[in-house]
Design a protein around this ligand. Structure first.
Ligand code: 7TS
Length: 419
């Protein structure tokens, strides 16, 4: 190594200032069972920064009105704010056109919308939907339902012992019968990052459309639907530092325009007679009824907040946390990491010899540490690894190395208590 070369930046130099970030999240200063809260269940839902809480409060305190319905001041303001949040969401997702971004209740609803609107009208008996063996139930069950309705078949590409998608097997399952490929970007059970662009290229070459489940990736990897070249992308506000009950579905305009509405009601129509109705242009066609206006305001604030941190810096910090935790957990006797893909982010799933994951979770809770124990709504993953459940620590921007140390110390306590 040349002595004149500039020294490599210390990890801290490219990191977020976690202490400063933590100060933005009021809940992080509370205690749990008399101990400081160590919140490591971010894959289930993230905590909310003050900016999001204040946006929701401000809306109800000073701005509350229905959108698209009134000529009065507040309704016009609410409509403008709602439309501005859609434009911000389009920028966040890398969508060129904000008409391509629909507000949903979350990832689950976005996937069901595509299943019941796009897939239900386009699939014929014998057509195939190709998923992977690492999907969350919300990217399995909607396809099974629409398969029953249409006579289509759901196939699943297998994963290896490391939790990586078997790309050769995927390619051989992709045939002229495959009409739709639906896969997770970042697995909530394993932490695996899938090579979405490569898969989208293969799928498109086979004539299939591609839906990406971005529930975990949106806040931890960053998203550019153009670069991913997906046709649909679904994510959830509550996993992105935003409110519950709100999510985003990106869909390519030419697909959305050809899809029928999936719910009927106010706001999604152009005209209604007692005999028949015609539909509003997208995105309105897919947003029947009064939407989650306060939650949209909160989500808009969350996207602004993420922007202010910088997703690259956030992802880099979470990568350091995951790497450190992965190293440190190896020192705990009998721990087996489930999900050792080369490309991973923010999720550390593991088992401990002779100890049920629920018991790990309970002892950690006693120390004020929140992790999740269970099948993580990914039962096929558990079956694949022949385990009933895992314990899972999942990281977010506000977590610290000290919290990783607390996790490891608590796991050592589990080991000594339960042998
Ligand atoms: N897809 C993935 C990959 C997920 O992790 C989740 C939620 C969903 C879809 C569904 O998102 P929702 O917001 O519509 O519920 N995952 C988890 C989890 O890992 N623990 O709790 C919820």
């Amino acid at each position: 190594m040349s002595t004149t070369a500039a020294p490599a930046p210390a990890p801290a130099a490219r990191s977020l200032d976690a202490a400063r970030v933590r100060a933005d999240f009021p809940i992080l200063s509370r205690t749990v069972r008399g101990k400081p809260l160590v919140y490591l269940d971010n894959a289930a839902t993230s905590q909310k920064p003050r900016a999001v809480i204040e946006a929701v409060t401000r809306y109800y305190t000073a701005e509350n009105a229905n959108i698209h319905r009134g000529v009065h001041f507040l309704s016009e303001r609410a409509t403008e704010a709602y439309d501005a949040a859609r434009a911000a969401a389009a920028r966040f997702l890398g969508a060129g056109d904000s008409r391509e971004v629909l507000f949903t209740r979350g990832t689950t609803e976005g996937i069901n919308l595509v299943a019941q609107s796009y897939a239900r009208t386009n699939l014929r008996p014998g057509d195939e939907i190709l998923i992977t063996a690492m999907e969350h139930h919300s990217n399995i069950v909607p396809w099974q339902i629409v398969a029953q309705q249409t006579g289509a078949i759901v196939r699943a590409a297998p994963i290896g012992d490391d939790g990586e998608l078997d790309l050769d097997a995927f390619a051989s399952l992709l045939t002229h019968r495959t009409r739709l490929v639906a896969l997770v970007h970042l697995s909530n059970a394993l932490g695996t990052i899938n090579p979405v662009r490569r898969i989208a290229d293969l799928a498109h070459a086979a004539g299939a459309v591609v839906l990406v489940d971005g529930a975990q990736s949106a806040a931890h990897l960053g998203v550019d639907v153009g670069a991913l070249d997906c046709d649909f992308f679904a994510c959830s506000g509550h996993k992105m530092y935003g409110p519950t009950g709100i999510g985003l579905l990106f869909g390519r305009a030419e697909l959305l325009e050809r899809m029928p509405p999936w719910q009927g009601g106010g706001d999604m129509i152009e005209s209604v007679t007692l005999e028949a109705s015609t539909w509003a242009p997208i995105p309105g066609k897919f947003e029947a009824g009064t939407p989650a206006i306060a939650e949209v305001a909160g989500l808009g604030a969350a996207l602004e907040y993420l922007d202010s941190l910088g997703l690259d810096a956030a992802a880099a910090w979470e990568g350091e946390l995951l790497e450190y935790a992965t190293q440190q957990i190896a020192a705990v006797d009998g721990v087996r990491i489930i999900g050792t893909a080369r490309d991973k982010a923010s999720v550390l799933s593991f088992t401990m010899d002779g100890v049920h994951p629920h018991d790990i979770g309970t002892i950690l809770d006693d120390d004020g540490i929140a992790i999740r124990a269970g099948h993580h709504c990914a039962q096929p993953v558990m079956r694949r690894f022949r385990i009933p459940a895992t314990a899972r620590a999942s990281f977010a921007v506000y977590n610290t190395m000290d919290e990783v140390d607390a996790l490891i110390a608590s796991l050592q306590r589990v080991r000594s208590v339960l042998g």
